[in-house]
Design a binder for this molecule. Structure first.
Ligand code: FUB
Length: 470
């Protein structure tokens, strides 16, 4: 008999037992409120960020998924998104009949392969199909004429959904997928529509529930996935955990939670770098009229620790990079700069000013800080790049330890004009407020070096937690 039990239905049943105090997290701004979207996958091609999403069409009060097609959204600033329309649907797979669930697109040899779980018309429930197109927006056609993965695939998952496809530097392509605690992995042939070897169960992906997302950074493989253990989410909800490995097939080491539970019972990550900034793309129930079967894709900035672990994503309630304690939007060139200074105390860490951490306040030394105690007067910090960057803004989060380091009296931004440091033209007020990002704008300059001169208050030294160059 065909199974009809869904991940979210199970979650709903459990949710009924949850006391009100176990309420969901705050909702972030959706990429659209025109339709309900879910299960994001992200891809950068050229200067465009593509989000491939599912499409929730359940009626208000509906108790099951109604998903018939997938949409493509594009953005050049990760802030505003354009719906390019339903670029793939169940009709793309003539052998399938329902459940257009969580897919992902992978480029290969100039084509774009869209892997998607669907309810096949054959035996079993969910299968994974693959379509191919000549551009990131298609048009997409069935590449295989039948499932790539089905319940009859030896060693497959208890629920064959949520494929994530990853191409390593040597060109080998890997696919991870699964649900019901059954993560699976296999190599793909370069035709992208057949397996190269057996299906395996990768080791060490602890607490895996579903929704894997694989990527690589600085030689380390990362696998983020939805988990629903009591250590990370209320019953019926899911968080996003992640694991790392030195080999694409594992073994994996679980590293913790990168996204807490959201307002929908399901949770689904896509992690990507775009214009020098990392993002967590996910869904929640935050749009007007939203719910567990009327979800909305959203994204928030993701920051790294110096040891290669990810900081837990802060779920925002408004536009990315909104004011207050949040960093401003834009490409932060500090992340790719080399930092230097006139003086740093031996126990402090200059590199902390460019690790992308979002401090909780000016006394937040948890991720290190630049400090120049016991120097007083004017000291400077500087960024240098191998090639010129166009810069028109800095954001400075001052360090204040309520002891020898205090907020500065004043500051001045300078740039290297090719032969000397000069003040940036048209500089706005160089803010010295505590516990916030002080944004200083100026007429954009093209330079390989940017400097911040910091003048202390009498009797104190100065320090910086984050210095962004945008
Ligand atoms: O959208 C249907 C299913 O819900 C997806 O395949 C899962 O990842 C969960 O988000």
């Amino acid at each position: 008999m065909r199974r009809r039990w869904t991940t979210a239905l199970a979650a709903i049943a459990l949710t009924a037992l949850v006391p009100a105090t176990a309420g969901p997290a705050q909702a972030a701004a959706p990429i659209t409120t025109a339709i309900y979207t879910a299960d994001p996958a992200a891809l950068v091609v050229g200067n465009t960020l593509y989000l491939y999403t599912g499409h929730d069409e359940a009626p208000a009060g509906g108790t099951n998924f109604v998903m018939r097609d997938w949409h493509v959204f594009t953005s050049t600033d990760a802030s505003t998104f354009t719906d390019q329309g339903a670029k793939m649907s169940l009709a793309t797979f003539p052998w399938a009949g329902a459940d257009a669930w969580a897919g992902e697109v992978e480029p290969h040899n100039g084509k774009y392969y869209w892997y998607a779980p669907v309810n096949g018309n054959g035996p079993g429930w969910m299968d994974i199909g693959v379509a191919v197109g000549n551009s990131p927006t298609g048009p997409f056609t069935d590449a295989k004429g039948g499932p790539l993965i089905s319940d009859s695939t030896p060693g497959s998952s208890p629920l064959n959904i949520d494929p994530t496809v990853f191409t390593d530097d040597d060109g080998q392509v890997y696919m991870y997928w699964g649900s019901y605690y059954g993560v699976r992995a296999a190599r793909l042939n370069s035709d992208m529509i057949s397996l190269n070897g057996p299906v395996v169960t990768p080791q060490g992906v602890s607490n895996f529930w579903e929704a894997p997302w694989m990527f690589k950074r600085n030689g380390t493989y990362y696998l983020a996935y939805a988990a629903n253990d009591s250590g990370c989410s209320a019953p019926g909800y899911a968080c996003v955990r992640y694991a790392t490995a030195s080999n694409p097939m594992g073994p994996w080491t679980q590293r913790g939670v990168v996204l807490d539970q959201v307002t929908s019972t399901t949770n689904h990550p896509a992690i990507i770098e775009f214009n020098g900034q990392w993002y967590m793309v996910y869904h929640n129930a935050g749009a007007p009229g939203g719910g567990n079967f009327r979800r909305s894709v959203t994204l928030d900035k993701l920051y790294w620790n110096a040891d290669g672990t990810m900081q837990k994503v802060v779920q925002t309630t408004g536009p990315i990079g909104g004011g207050g304690g949040q960093p401003p939007s834009g490409t932060n060139h500090a992340l790719t700069a080399t930092a230097s200074t006139s003086y740093v105390s031996p126990w402090e860490t200059l590199g902390a000013i460019k690790d992308g951490y979002v401090p909780s306040g000016s006394a937040d030394h948890s991720h290190g800080a630049y400090g120049n105690w016991s120097h007083q007067g004017t000291e400077w910090i500087e960024y240098q790049w191998p090639t010129a960057r166009t810069l028109g803004k800095v954001a400075t989060y001052w360090f204040d330890d309520d002891q020898g380091i205090d907020l500065p009296a004043s500051c001045q931004v300078q740039y290297w004009n090719g032969s000397a440091y000069v003040n940036v033209p048209g500089q706005s007020s160089c803010g010295v407020a505590g516990s916030t990002y002080n944004v200083t704008t100026f007429t954009p300059v093209s330079t390989t070096r940017l400097r911040l001169n910091i003048t202390s208050r009498p009797g104190y030294s100065t320090g910086v937690l984050e210095w962004m160059a945008l």
